[in-house]
Design a binder for this molecule. Sequence first.
Ligand SMILES: Nc1ncnc2c1ncn2[C@@H]1O[C@H](COP(=O)(O)OP(=O)(O)OP(=O)(O)O)[C@@H](O)[C@H]1O
Length: 685
Amino acid sequence: MAPKDAIDIPSFATTQLALLEAELQSELLETSSLISNTSPTALQRAGLAITNLTLTSQRTGLGGKTVVELGPDSATASKDGQLAEHGVRTGDIVVVSEMPSGSARKKEVRELESKGCRGVVTRVGSRAVWVALDEREGDERVGGKRLWLVKLANDITYKRMNQVMQRLQKMKSEEYSSFVRVLFGLTSPSPVSRDVVEGKDLEWVDLSLNESQKEAIRFALNSKEVALIHGPPGTGKTHTLIELILQMLKQNLRVLVCGPSNISVDNIVERLAPHKISIVRLGHPARLLPSVLNHSLDVLTQTSDAAAIVQDVRKEMDTKQASIRKTKSGRERKAIYGDLKELRKEYRERERKCIGNLIGGSKVVLATLHGAGGFQTRDEVFDVVIIDEASQALEAQCWVPLLRASKVVLAGDHLQLPPTIKSLNSKTTKVKTKDSEDAIKGLTLETTLFDRLLRLHGPGIKRMLTTQYRMHEKIMRFPSDELYESKLVAADGVKARLLKDLPYEVQETEDTTEPLIFFDTQGGDFPEKNEEEVDKKAGNGMVGESKSNEMEAAIVKRHVRNLVAAGVRPDDIAVITPYNAQLALMARELKEAFPGIELGSVDGFQGREKEAVIVTLVRSNASKEVGFLGEKRRLNVAMTRPRRSLVIIGDSETLQGNKFLKRWIEHLEECSDLRYPSVSTLNAL
Ligand SMILES: Nc1ncnc2c1ncn2[C@@H]1O[C@H](COP(=O)(O)OP(=O)(O)OP(=O)(O)O)[C@@H](O)[C@H]1O
């Protein structure tokens, strides 16, 4: 029987397409306004371009693509031959194009692309940068000119999400598999017997698993269509997934493992590798961690036996490409390009076969959600798709691998921050659809698949990991009670750990023997300041608004100094804040005074941990306005980063402006080491 809020699949896909389009447009608008309003030199300074380049060499990379090496133009290069300072990174999508002449200041992205060629940066060195060109004859278009390279908005990810949503949109209802029907609530998930989940034990590979991890694994193994593994901070989600994958292999299942980012996938490859199973990691080798390269498809296609036959053609292509540069005759060049075209075709055919054999013979394939949609897996079918960090992924992204499987296991924590959305429209607009308005209502791009499934089928489809291996018990208490139904338990090894117990010499002081400290800045002496945040990248006056609080920054500085004086190493300390202006205010001074200390935004620190974390909340005003600080999931991330020491700096009066914050303040007033900083002593510092 279908739950009452079953979703009409075509309407869902239509809604997603509209939301994705709005998001893409806002991203493109941001980049194109930067490119057309800024001079090439200013774009370079802003980290978005590298100017004055020439083509220094080229070779054939994976997929028969041409990889060009670009170095500084000799006429303008510095003496040491190094590239000027820039912000282009491996993996960036760029266009390589002829430099505009001095007078042609106004540039449009379209014009850049028509003159040049798009590609992906595969390597960045101090004297050169390497780009894999998208077009087959791209090298022909960029050779022999003074070039520049400009970073573009990444619309490739959107293309894949759009394709998969269009497939869903067009699918006829008789084509829906029972798996797809469950994911949209047209059918309920098959029940999983309690006896199976709680009963007979499996033969565990990892004997250290705790009971909640074991239960989650048994549950995921026995669910037929869908299982959610809910992993609050520090509860060992990845640890659990590794065992789950090994157990699935024992059952002879074929598994596709995905995550939203390369690092989330590499993390799993690194931990699976010691188990000596055959795994293939898909993805551009330039974007992978060095430690996982041996499992990457690119390396395997060069080293495996089947690869030799591909290599022969590659060598021939490289020789031909080198000969182009030697010949001046246009006719000869044309003939060589003709030969290259043929060789590329041959190369691609051989490579496809080799890749097919490698992937087909592998029981575990790992890729980013986006990467799972590549040509290499087009004909592959999997028994299960496992998605780690699922609450950080857009739903449309998850569908890229999902149409290749008949079961999904999602691991994540919907009570931490969702993926970042740029367009306000996609965050707030509830797109109306003709057919199924009620079911789609409330759906935004921020609604993840994890959220939606939980809402659709209820908590019966999830199991929560409950032992956490990160925080002191006192740090854990509030998030556990407020967000995780008081179910979190601190593991014995961490529940009473203090800074003074660090494995190096730390003195016992009031700061190193107390896990939870609250500096209450109430009273109006620590006012917030409104800062106009000029978008530095833009350099064109695009302005946002952020807040800062100088007096809170002074408390941070004093506290860090005290910790370091007691012996705590700066690289065990992080200062985090929701506001960029506050970061900007503190960063330089703290980094210079305490090399190794980390500063970051709360959003940027998700997934990380530190021994000591200082959170400056910044807001302090008479009208009790807390703005985006009121978001529970952001506060949850902020308060669950530390292992041994959490220090909060905030104005208890202002923070009454939000219910969750108010309860947190009450908790801190009752359970923390409460301190009232004095302005005069801070001023005297
Ligand atoms: N059963 C266990 N016994 C002992 N330590 C464990 C166990 N499970 C996880 N841990 C430890 O907990 C820490 C976090 O685990 P892991 O890295 O797997 O979690 P994660 O999913 O990456 O992070 P998080 O759960 O914080 O999102 C690691 O140091 C890991 O060794």
